[in-house]
Write a protein that binds this ligand. Structure first.
Ligand SMILES: NC(=O)c1ccc[n+]([C@@H]2O[C@H](COP(=O)([O-])OP(=O)(O)OC[C@H]3O[C@@H](n4cnc5c(N)ncnc54)[C@H](OP(=O)(O)O)[C@@H]3O)[C@@H](O)[C@H]2O)c1
Length: 244
């Protein structure tokens, strides 16, 4: 199994779903993990549900200053920051003609600006030590597009390009930046999809099922581990062969 003993990791949006599964996977491999969510009590409760060295903090990733403060604080408290997973994200569906300004704002401020704040703060904390691994959460929707998800698709395409561009800047500092592009994963985020849509997605997936948060978490754990020491600027599909 991947060994992350002695590593310090931060996972944004770690209170449930893919984020919480990632916290579990990293802690299981021996990492000390700090998870964040918008509500402090929920973050602490989620941290308490995982075995290992795990703590929870409040953080809204749309707030650049707060992201910088939390990332610097974690690096200072633990003396290092080796792994950052910029996982926090939101999804709201709307057909093109129904998209309102505030929906666009929410998609862009959380998914795009939130990821950018996190990657920026992580790179600053990692640069001094000239080592580190960052993973962002893109989506197959960001690569292929999806009817009813234009705003989300645009935001996730941007997330993929944050990883690609940051990897080009940060490679010289020994910092690797990659992304995962999940297909349809069973979490709170996809609960609103109706039975018909889910059946259609399963039909379009080679493995003929939805994915599990743990399966995305394992791919993230690979990318942040030394097993992926020469992998950077990549967006790894974790989609069961979904064709959109
Ligand atoms: N599920 C899928 O099929 C799928 C597919 C492709 C990509 N993804 C991506 O994978 C990531 C995780 O998705 P999920 O399915 O696990 O979603 P989820 O169950 O809805 O969890 C989202 C997480 O993000 C946090 N969050 C939301 N807005 C935030 C903000 N402004 N600041 C800080 N944290 C915030 C939430 O925490 P609080 O509510 O506690 O603040 C929660 O922990 C997202 O980026 C999503 O776009 C998911």
């Amino acid at each position: 199994m991947t060994d992350l003993t002695g590593k310090v990791a931060l996972v944004t949006g770690g209170t449930r779903g893919i984020g919480l599964a990632t916290v579990r996977a990293l802690a299981e491999a021996g990492a000390t993990v700090v998870l964040t969510g918008r509500d402090e009590a929920k973050a602490k409760e989620a941290a308490g549900s995982v075995e290992g060295q795990v703590s929870g903090l409040a953080l809204d990733v749309t707030d650049a200053k707060a992201v910088s403060t939390v990332v610097r604080g974690v690096a200072k408290e633990h003396g290092q920051l080796d792994i950052v997973v910029a996982n926090a994200g939101v999804l709201e569906d709307a057909l093109l003609g129904m998209i309102k300004e505030d929906l666009i704002d929410r998609m862009l401020s959380t998914n795009v600006a939130g990821t950018l704040h996190t990657v920026q703060a992580a790179s600053r904390a990692m640069m001094r030590k000239k080592t580190g691994a960052i993973v962002v959460l893109a989506s197959i929707v960001g690569e292929k597009g999806s009817a009813g998800q234009t705003a989300y698709a645009a935001s996730k395409a941007a997330v993929g390009n944050i990883a690609r561009s940051a990897s080009k800047e940060l490679g010289r500092y020994g910092i690797r930046v990659n992304g995962v592009a999940p297909g349809v994963i069973e979490t709170a985020m996809t609960e609103h999809l109706g039975e018909e849509i889910i059946a259609g997605r399963i039909e379009d997936t080679s493995l003929r099922r939805l994915g599990k948060a743990e399966e995305v978490a394992k791919a993230i754990r690979f990318l942040v581990s030394d097993e992926a020491s020469f992998v950077t600027g990549q967006i790894l599909g974790v989609d069961g062969g979904l064709v959109l």
